[in-house]
Design a protein around this ligand. Structure first.
Ligand SMILES: C[S@@+](CC[C@H](N)C(=O)[O-])C[C@H]1O[C@@H](n2cnc3c(N)ncnc32)[C@H](O)[C@@H]1O
Length: 257
């Protein structure tokens, strides 16, 4: 379909989101199937729709950002975090600072909080979570989940922190209150600093190599020396030393100056 270049410019001017930093083939395939399904014939018509109809705009952002998530996604990696990485980080830094960098609808930051309850009382836990998608953040703050996304939660934590409401499960307010949510665009905004652990999983896959390069540099700057970056299952960093990272365990990179 013609018109993607113009569409990227329009979207950038309208939202500040730079689609050219997302992998093009994948993005076009997704958008064009969306456009066809909406009965539109071109990127221009589609842009007119999202510009004039708030619901269509929210839908577009939602669709674009792919919010799929679950608690303890890839459980064996969370085990590594719990048994190896967290104990050593906490030893060095008892007031551990953690950032869930593309937190989607909350499963990831709430997983981190539940793990931290193995080390601290809830009253001592505060972590930072951000995502570009307002609607995902809104859902995270509500904290209602389908059973499917709870499958990997250890039983004791699931029994303790979830209440069944109809066909959904509500996460407890005490877990929710440990997370500070914020809207943030990882491709454009300034990164906060001074973290012991940054969790950024299943979002890098959507970005071009140039975008990834910038993000790894910024994540490295945001970590204290000795801090860790935790990435998704298909997101290993090709040349970690370029960013002062060393690969300690698969999917965990330690900043070592
Ligand atoms: C597939 S979800 C991953 C959620 C979670 N990290 C996990 O692994 O389960 C990808 C998330 O990245 C967010 N995202 C996409 N582009 C982003 C950007 N430029 N800045 C911040 N978040 C972004 C989306 O809104 C979405 O919630």
């Amino acid at each position: 379909m013609e018109g993607y270049e113009g569409f990227k410019k329009d979207v950038f001017n309208y939202t500040g989101l730079d689609l050219s930093l997302y992998k093009e083939k994948q993005m076009k395939r997704r958008l064009e199937s969306r456009i066809n399904r909406l009965g539109k014939n071109s990127y221009k018509e589609f842009f007119q729709l999202i510009k004039t109809n708030k619901e269509a705009f929210d839908d577009f952002m939602n669709y674009l950002t792919i919010n799929v998530s679950e608690f303890f996604r890839n459980p064996e990696q969370w085990k590594k975090l719990e048994k190896t990485i967290l104990p050593s980080l906490i030893k060095e830094s008892p007031n551990i600072r953690i950032w869930s960098a593309a937190c989607s609808t909350g499963e990831e930051p709430y997983t981190i909080v539940m793990l931290l309850t193995r080390f601290f009382p809830l009253s001592k836990i505060k972590i930072f979570a951000a995502d570009i998608d307002d609607e995902a953040i809104r859902k995270a703050k509500v904290g209602l989940y389908k059973e499917k996304s709870l499958e990997n939660i250890p039983k004791d934590l699931r029994d303790k922190y979830f209440e069944k409401i109809g066909n959904s499960y509500k996460i407890s307010d005490e877990i929710k209150s440990c997370v500070e949510f914020k809207k943030m665009n990882l491709l454009a905004d300034e990164y906060p600093k001074g973290f012991d652990l940054i969790v950024c999983r299943n979002v890098m896959i959507y970005f071009t190599d140039e975008a990834k390069d910038q993000m790894y540099t910024k994540f490295s700057d945001s970590l204290r020396n000795g801090g860790f970056l935790f990435v998704g299952s298909t997101e290993q960093i090709i040349s970690p030393s370029k960013y002062n990272f060393s690969s300690e365990e698969t999917f965990f990179y330690k900043k070592s100056l």
